[in-house]
Design a protein around this ligand. Structure first.
Ligand SMILES: NC(=O)c1ccc[n+]([C@@H]2O[C@H](COP(=O)([O-])OP(=O)(O)OC[C@H]3O[C@@H](n4cnc5c(N)ncnc54)[C@H](OP(=O)(O)O)[C@@H]3O)[C@@H](O)[C@H]2O)c1
Length: 255
């Protein structure tokens, strides 16, 4: 294994992550605030959001694992500068790890779920050449990216399209709570959850989002906690959890 890939594996081991499947199925990554009583709240992403270098690393890792990333029109409007490419030394190490450990070379597809089609013109994601817009039959959407019109668009329909029509094996969900909550309804809609939890008593103004998940949500949909690690960051105490179904297929990772 190259030294770049070894650096990634070392960081994973420090978080208690010993191996990752090549095909993760439906992978959900999210960062929440804990109220200390078992209820979690989505963290709104913005300039006041408590920073966590570990969460940044895991976000970049998940994007590297994915062969499709699902986001929403709302997120593109909220984050005009959003890009899914990972830059710098970490990006270089992750790309090498992706190729060597996961055997993936093609960049992931970026899928934007939108009902109204009001997407910011010139957004870097739309201009990336990798975007696919999933929408309904009648929405008026910007020219350029590939468009797939569905009779009943939604997150589960999008996942089904990506898996069945495009053969995508690891579909990363990076949607907000109103769209992602369907993953925790009865049924097997999610295969892995990478959860970052911020534990400080207070949040900066404007950062607390909707109530989203409880400490028992992953368990209630059949996920097992595979690893957890607490880390004290500059912003305060965080914990990082990986929940998954029992792995199927080939398990890769540290030899
Ligand atoms: N902490 C985290 O990990 C994390 C991750 C992601 C987002 N966030 C935060 O979450 C917030 C946004 O979350 P949100 O819950 O308000 O919004 P969201 O779930 O990200 O997006 C809602 C939008 O998704 C599209 N959509 C949803 N269902 C659809 C369907 N059935 N068919 C077609 N389109 C559909 C619609 O887009 P259109 O309006 O374009 O029609 C809808 O307005 C932001 O503050 C963001 O910073 C946090």
């Amino acid at each position: 294994m190259s030294s770049a890939a070894q650096r990634i594996e070392k960081r994973l081991r420090a978080l208690g992550i010993e191996s990752l499947p090549r095909n993760a199925g439906v992978l959900h990554g999210t960062a929440v605030w804990s109220d200390g009583a078992g209820q979690f709240y989505a963290l709104k992403i913005g300039k006041n959001t408590p920073r966590s270098p570990t969460d940044d690393f895991l976000l970049a890792l998940n994007r590297t694992r994915a062969d499709a990333i699902v986001t929403t029109g709302q997120i593109l409007r909220d984050e005009p500068g959003l890009r899914f490419e990972v830059g710098g030394d970490l990006g270089r190490d992750l790309r090498e790890w992706r190729q060597l450990v996961l055997g993936r070379s093609e960049a992931p597809r970026i899928v934007i779920l939108t009902r109204g089609g009001n997407l910011p013109a010139g957004h870097p994601v739309l201009a990336s050449g990798r975007a696919l817009i999933m929408t309904g039959r009648d929405a008026s959407v910007p020219e350029g990216p590939q468009i797939v019109r569905r009779a009943a668009p939604g997150l589960l329909d999008t996942v089904s399209y990506l898996q069945k029509e495009e053969g995508r094996e690891t579909v990363l969900i990076e949607a907000g709570p109103s769209t992602s909550s369907v993953l925790y309804q009865p049924g097997q809609h999610v295969d892995e959850l990478m959860l970052s939890v911020y534990h400080e008593a207070r949040l900066p103004a404007g950062v607390q989002g909707h109530a989203f998940l409880t400490a028992s949500s992953p368990d209630s949909v059949g996920l097992l906690e595979i690893s957890r690690q607490s880390v004290r960051e500059g912003s305060g105490l965080w914990s990082f959890h990986r929940w998954a179904r029992l792995p199927t297929g080939r398990v890769l990772g540290t030899p």
